[in-house]
Write a protein that binds this ligand. Structure first.
Ligand SMILES: Cc1cc2nc3c(=O)[nH]c(=O)nc-3n(C[C@H](O)[C@H](O)[C@H](O)COP(=O)(O)O)c2cc1C
Ligand code: SF4
Length: 419
């Protein structure tokens, strides 16, 4: 079946930012349907049945996560929209918020209803000044129209929504770092459990969802779970935004069905490699995921297919490198980023990223040894899973895969075959 765009179908700037335009193309019908005809459990069951999996990186079942929020607590519940989008190579949420802010807002409203939250915060990356303004205008339009506020459409349900700007820290995209930051503290991730669904912001039950995840929800309510499941693989279907950057002719954000063949993304959507060079490597899911070599590109862009080849869909931020790319330089660049963004709470992450950057610089400058390469590889196996949050793994996985798959390039520096 041919794929028809869903999330970006009505992208038509600047009109598509406006409530009037969004309503014209069917917007807020799902919200009214939920308020008038559904109960929270019904919404959760529908989203579970649709098999929507989170688009923020981990790919966890959205309906299942919503179902973890306790039903018998007196505490208020909170819905948090994760609009921090700082993963290198990822720029899809930014496009959604700019061009179609109301779809995420409507999804956040429906999610809030499902988890019985009367307050929703959109936590947005500090650098996204323009997008924060777009969201604020869109939220104000919703209050004017009665989609937000007290006793919405006589349903008895109240909902307030706020935009909260971060200060530009990658770690504040990690859900518990985000929660700490929203509470006005340093964005230091928390040890889990307790998971946010039980004890999140202000120690109350909280759900954190990605912008794109929530943007899918109104379409599921409108068109049904079977429609959603008809798009892409059974284990994680739906429309998907793919970011592609690096050495391609047409970098950008492309919408297609989940499970788009990676080669189709590179050669059809993004026009192929610049100057028609050969591809050397591709990072398929943002800089935290293991790299693929040119021989590993016959794979589909979905959660399970990429896991089967030892990588991850992550944030679907696909970074393409041509045959002239220096892999030592690239991993040094990536490691510099993680060293800088490590919050410093855990020794393996704080010290490991610092040490790895130093060793990579040493190798790059021609002063490295073969033992340094071995140590780099061994050390990367000692960071992951020994830390409070997955940033440690995010830093370690690329290093491990770069050294394993492109060891000859590291050795070439040691042997002084490259300057
Ligand atoms: C270091 C780090 C940074 C993250 N940054 C983001 C981010 O910018 N946006 C996002 O949606 N999720 C990010 N995540 C994932 C969140 O912790 C969380 O899993 C996600 O927001 C859940 O939403 P989802 O279930 O809709 O995918 C990050 C995770 C880690 C470990
Ligand atoms: S893994 Fe790194 S970023 Fe995450 S809590 Fe530990 S030190 Fe901070």
């Amino acid at each position: 079946m041919a794929f028809e765009k869903v999330l970006t179908k009505d992208k038509n700037l600047p009109e598509s930012r406006k409530l009037s335009y969004y309503e014209k193309v069917g917007g807020y019908r799902a919200w009214q349907k939920v308020l008038k005809t559904m109960d929270p459990e019904g919404v959760i069951d529908l989203v579970k049945d649709a098999k929507l999996r989170g688009r923020g990186g981990a790919g966890f079942s959205t309906g299942m996560k919503w179902g973890f929020v306790p039903k018998d607590t007196e505490k208020p519940h909170y819905m948090l929209v994760n609009a921090d989008e700082s993963e290198p190579g990822t720029f899809k949420d930014r496009l959604l918020m700019d061009a179609m802010p109301h779809s995420t807002i409507e999804g956040a409203m429906i999610g809030s209803f499902a988890i019985r939250a009367n307050t929703c915060y959109i936590y947005i990356r500090g650098e996204f000044v323009h997008e924060a303004k777009v969201l604020e205008v869109a939220i104000a339009e919703c209050y004017d129209k009665g989609y937000l506020g007290k006793n919405i459409f006589g349903s008895g349900f109240d909902l307030d929504m706020y935009v909260h700007r971060g200060a530009g820290a990658y770690i504040c995209g990690e859900e518990t770092g985000l929660i700490e930051s929203l509470e006005g503290k340093r964005g230091w991730p928390r040890i889990k459990p307790p998971f946010p669904a039980i004890e999140g912001v202000f120690r109350c039950p909280t759900i954190v969802n990605n912008v794109e995840t929530l943007a899918c929800v109104p379409y599921i309510v409108e068109n049904g779970a079977d429609w959603f499941k008809s798009i892409g693989p059974e284990s994680g279907p739906g429309p998907k935004l793919y970011c592609i950057s690096g050495h391609v002719k047409r970098p950008g954000v492309y919408e297609a069905a989940m499970g788009l063949p990676l080669k189709e993304l590179i050669y059809d959507y993004a026009g192929g490699i610049l100057d028609d060079k050969k591809v050397k490597a591709v990072i398929p899911g943002g800089s935290s995921v293991p790299v693929l070599t040119a021989d590993e590109l016959d794979v589909n862009m979905d959660f399970d297919a990429l896991a089967a080849v030892g990588s991850m869909l992550g944030s679907a931020g696909c970074i393409v490198m041509d045959e002239d790319t220096c892999m030592v330089d690239t991993i040094l660049n990536i490691t510099h980023f993680y060293r800088h963004e490590s919050c410093g709470q855990c020794t393996p992450c704080r010290e490991g990223t610092t040490w790895a950057e130093k060793v990579l610089k040493k190798i790059k400058s021609g002063n490295g040894t073969m033992r340094d390469i071995d140590l780099l590889y061994e050390m990367s196996g000692n960071i992951g899973t020994r830390t409070i949050c997955p940033l440690g793994d995010a830093a370690a996985m690329p290093i491990e895969s770069f050294v394993r798959k492109f060891r000859h390039e590291f050795e070439a520096y040691v042997k002084k075959e490259v300057a």
